[in-house]
Write a protein that binds this ligand. Structure first.
Ligand code: DAT
Ligand code: MG
Length: 138
């Protein structure tokens, strides 16, 4: 398997809760390499592109509003099988049921049923990774 790259977002809840260093440290400790990193305020246009597969779903608008609510960290990590490896580190989408030991399982609780407050995003395929890297670093 050749080296992959993936797009990682630390969402506004992760940044505001001062978990940025903790989250990045877990990914680095797993052995993935940080290739690019910045702190940014998302635009609605970027989020519409990033979450295009979810447009029209009931959670789409709350998700976008949440992602606009504060600064985010956007990062590229590289490594063999980093796409599925990061998603394993992140844990399943709903923090309440994400396994302990994962980022979402250890630090998330979907306060007030806000599943969108699940700390991180990671690309789900090589095609998504390239598309998403273009949105945030293009
Ligand atoms: P993931 O981030 O695990 O890849 P996804 O791509 O299905 O999950 O959804 C994107 C984000 O949308 C997810 O991180 C949180 C939010 N979300 C997903 N399903 C939701 C739901 N049923 N209610 C509220 N927010 C949801
Ligand atoms: Mg997804």
């Amino acid at each position: 398997m050749s080296t992959e790259r993936t797009l990682v977002l630390i969402k506004p809840d992760g940044v505001s809760r001062q978990l940025t260093g903790t989250i990045l440290a877990r990914v680095e400790a797993k052995g993935y390499t940080l290739a690019d990193l910045k702190l940014t305020n998302a635009t609605r246009t970027q989020l519409e592109q990033h979450y295009e597969e979810h447009v029209g779903k009931p959670f789409y608008e709350p998700l976008v509003e949440f992602m606009l609510s504060g600064q985010m960290v956007v990062a590229i990590f590289t490594g063999e099988r980093v796409i599925e490896g990061f998603r394993t580190l992140a844990g399943s989408t709903e923090p309440t049921v994400a396994s302990p030991g994962t980022i979402r399982g250890d630090f998330g609780r979907d306060w007030g049923l806000k599943v969108q407050q699940n700390l991180v995003h990671g690309s789900d395929s090589p095609e998504s990774a390239e598309r998403e890297i273009g949105i945030w670093f293009g």
